[in-house]
Design a protein around this ligand. Structure first.
Ligand SMILES: [Zn+2]
Length: 105
């Protein structure tokens, strides 16, 4: 497994976690430099790029909220809600292990 994380836009290595933005593009998780993410959001790809980074403050907040929702519904009669709520949780975990874990803070 390669240790380096490369930017989706400029293909250069992303070296620090503070410079990393992960987001979904067509349901695929991609990594960006912070600046490159902003540029891509404004460009053509912005149409398909989630404008909510997975690893930002709101991403973490949504992660916690999704975990609570999925636990809450798992014991009720509407278990399908917990499955849907788990999707962003899985995205967030994947983003962490695929990209964030490899970078220094
Ligand atoms: Zn870049």
């Amino acid at each position: 497994m390669s240790k380096a994380v490369y930017c989706e836009k400029c293909s250069k290595e992303i070296k620090f976690r503070g410079d990393l933005v992960t987001a979904t593009l067509f349901f695929v998780i991609v990594a960006y430099h912070e600046d490159c993410y902003v540029k891509d959001l404004k460009g053509f790809r912005g149409l398909f790029l989630d404008n909510q980074p997975l690893n930002g403050f709101l991403g973490n907040f949504l992660f916690v909220a999704a975990v609570l929702v999925s636990i809450g519904f798992a014991f009720g009669s509407m278990k399908w809600v917990s499955i849907i709520a788990l999707l962003p949780v899985l995205y967030r975990i994947y983003s962490y292990f695929r990209f964030e874990r490899k970078l220094e803070k």
